[in-house]
Ligand binder design. Sequence first.
Ligand code: FBP
Length: 272
Amino acid sequence: MITKSKKPAVRGSAYTKVFPRGKTLILACDQGFEHGPKDFNIKNIDPEYIMDIALEARFSAVAVQAGIAEKYHVAHFRDIPLIVKLNGKTYFDNRDPVSLQHTSVEYAYKLGASGVGYTIYLGSSHEQQMFVEFGRICEEAHHKGMFAVCWMYPRGPFIEDELDTDTLAYAARIAMELGADVIKLKFNGNIEGMKWVVKSAGKAKVVIAGGSRTDDFEFLKMAEDAMKAGAAGFAVGRNIWQSDRPLELAAALNQVVFQGKTAEEAVKDLDK
Ligand code: FBP
């Protein structure tokens, strides 16, 4: 009799460390590249401040560009699993965006990364180039025992609504078929729709981006709803390190993601 393999989609201790119990909380700090210093203040412009939050709040991993990895992570934060972004673009052209690879998988591996990250703009007229690069990145990363995270953002002249459920499901599906182990998407607030998006991603895990800084309760409510839809966690930046109580807010988010608490329960602890 033929039996199905019970092995998970991605093997390896790196992946297991970043997804304890199948869930994750990744702290993203690539916004200095994507948005520029306008996202930061005098405190959080220092990557060390953000690394300290990741360490103290026990984030599952940090996602940064190679320069931050080599100047900060390598020095004092090696215990936090690392995801190195291999591409990046500025905010100057969001009409028809393209973001090409500038860092190799080999270099990310040398920096000690558990995983590599890459953004694809689905619906850009350059999407084909990004598909080709990401497909090759997945091959190489898997060969080295690393996992591949796809920041999958529908954006460009062929996209009417970046948050449309069918478009997000299509985006998730493409990322999974290209080889992504983890797919980072924006949440559109539609729990039932998002369940379909998660289903479309198959064995790849869906994690949600935090978005611009919002009210703590609203942010935690988004987390609660996204988890209800089957997300595996968050890869969040601004909502944490722009907060004036990042550790407390991270602890509340942790309760929602890992312990299944509601936003109301988590926010109560936050305000104690
Ligand atoms: P935030 O939680 O701060 O939104 O970060 C998530 C993220 O994906 C970052 O990794 C990235 O820099 C940024 O959002 C890109 O956002 P956009 O292209 O939509 O401005």
